[in-house]
Design a protein around this ligand. Structure first.
Ligand SMILES: Cc1cc2nc3c(=O)[nH]c(=O)nc-3n(C[C@H](O)[C@H](O)[C@H](O)COP(=O)(O)O)c2cc1C
Ligand code: SF4
Length: 438
């Protein structure tokens, strides 16, 4: 299988061990895109470059980047740009690599985004555990100030921009855009009800754009190659490249930047080497812990955001592809994921707070041989208090943020693909008394 990566945002860091330094960044064309963007009007950057490129957010929801920027109300200032580097979705490790490996690319991308939306303040919110990443990004910001790429009169253009790096607060919900804004303001990272959306009332109640690290890191390349040229990469409305973090039972786990439209097989077998130790695959999770699972039968499906959502009833989400071999117990995986969601629920909405805890307990007993025959259907029926229509993707929800519906992904996946297996083991063990994990 001869599939190769298409390296755009990962190229510099793959080719140069010192890609995090300003010297290397400048020697490889760094900050040229910012100079060019500053010669355009902000609207031209947004419409003729970013919207034309078809770029969609790489943080999970896949919303059109230029479209999101266009929601900012005209004439309302101040306004802010926030770069989301919280990267809390299990098995997602692409932003970590970009922050550590090529921090100036994020500074430059953030400066382009801030200019395009008319912001004079940008905040980079980085997962607190990324100690080296925070150190390198802070150094990159300081160097950019010294070199005239940040601060007053950026590159002599008359445009002013202040940039701050903020360590994250250590919670999965701090990655949700409104949870992040609460955290940035100094509060607990609790998500807020939308509307109002951040574009209208975000940080300090001012219009705010929140964009993922990879989204922002792509912007200099869009300016350099031109929005139309970028749009020619990829498939359908999934333009360009994306970094997929492949983990689990594969021979070569890691981050792979590929042109959208290649198949899961190209990614998992071609690039990540397939299932290790000569074993067969049992299932894989295509887009982070929040996404419903797929089977080996789906390996020839394309990495196309719309196709995966509409036809496979799951999502490419954060780009974390987790592979499980034939020896894996799907109930144990479902329980482990449920435990993560229950632990990370912020507790603000009743269906998520109570439901995630309860689902974890039921999945625990199924995974540990104490399930009841009715457990799976009970979870599905109960789950409708969180996700009213489990057949619709993306999941609709009764909760404030998308963590609530994510708790149902493992349950829906067990029902879709392993129902007989689960029912059989629940039936066989129904004499046992259910227990609750300590
Ligand atoms: C519970 C939860 C956690 C999230 N974590 C992240 C994260 O770590 N990084 C991220 O970029 N987006 C995360 N998101 C999505 C953000 O809310 C937001 O959609 C994203 O940062 C927007 O950037 P984009 O348009 O560039 O994709 C999370 C969402 C939820 C509901
Ligand atoms: S869905 Fe869960 S994590 Fe999100 S706001 Fe509600 S309780 Fe908090």
């Amino acid at each position: 299988m001869s599939v190769t990566e298409t390296r755009i945002v990962t190229r510099r860091l793959r080719e140069h061990p010192d890609a995090h330094t300003l010297e290397r960044y400048l020697a490889t064309g760094g900050y040229e895109a910012l100079r060019r963007a500053l010669q355009m009007t902000p609207d031209a950057v947004r419409d003729e470059q970013v919207t034309a490129s078809g770029l969609r957010g790489r943080g999970g929801a896949g919303f059109g980047t230029g479209q999101k920027w266009s929601f900012l109300p005209a004439g309302v200032h101040p306004r802010y740009l926030v770069v989301n580097g919280d990267e809390g979705e299990p098995c997602t490790f692409k932003d970590h690599m970009l922050i550590e490996g090529d921090p100036h690319q994020i500074v430059e991308g953030a400066a382009i985004a801030a200019y395009a939306i008319g912001a004079h303040h940008a905040f980079c919110y980085v997962r607190g555990e990324f100690a080296l990443g925070i150190e390198r990004l802070e150094r990159a910001v300081a160097e950019a100030y010294d070199a005239g790429f940040l601060g007053r009169d950026v590159c002599g253009s008359g445009y002013d921009l202040e940039m701050v790096v903020h360590p994250g607060a250590g919670a999965y919900v701090a990655g949700d855009e409104t949870g992040l804004l609460s955290s940035l303001e100094g509060g607990r990272a609790m998500p807020r009800i939308k509307p109002p959306f951040p574009a209208v009332q975000g940080l300090y109640a001012a219009p705010t754009v929140v964009n993922n690290v990879e989204t922002v890191a792509t912007l200099p390349h869009i300016i350099l190659m031109g929005g139309d040229a970028y749009a020619r990469l990829g498939v359908g409305r999934s333009t360009g490249t994306r970094i997929f973090s492949v983990s689990g039972h594969v021979r070569r786990p890691g981050n792979y930047e590929v042109e959208l439209g290649i198949t899961f097989r190209d990614l998992i077998e071609g690039l990540a080497g397939g299932v290790r130790d000569g074993k067969r695959m049992k299932f894989f999770i295509p887009g982070g812990a929040s996404s419903p699972w797929l089977l080996p039968d789906h390996l020839d499906e394309p990495l196309d955001m719309d196709h995966v959502t509409q036809n496979l009833r799951t999502m490419l989400g954060s780009g974390a592809v987790m592979v499980f071999d034939e020896d894996t117990d799907p109930a144990l995986v479902a329980w482990r994921l449920a435990r993560f969601f229950a632990h990370e629920s912020c507790g603000k909405c009743t269906p998520c707070r109570e439901g995630s805890d309860w689902l974890e307990k039921v999945l625990f007993r199924i995974a540990h041989g104490r399930g009841r025959p009715e457990d799976l259907d009970l979870m599905l029926s109960f789950g409708q208090t969180i996700v009213p229509d489990l057949d619709r993707t993306p999941f609709n929800q009764t909760t404030i943020c998308a963590l609530g519906p994510s708790t149902m992904s493992p349950v829906v996946s067990l029902d879709r693909w392993f129902r007989d297996e689960i029912l059989e083991r629940c039936g066989a063990d129904r004499r046992r008394i259910p227990v609750v994990p300590a």
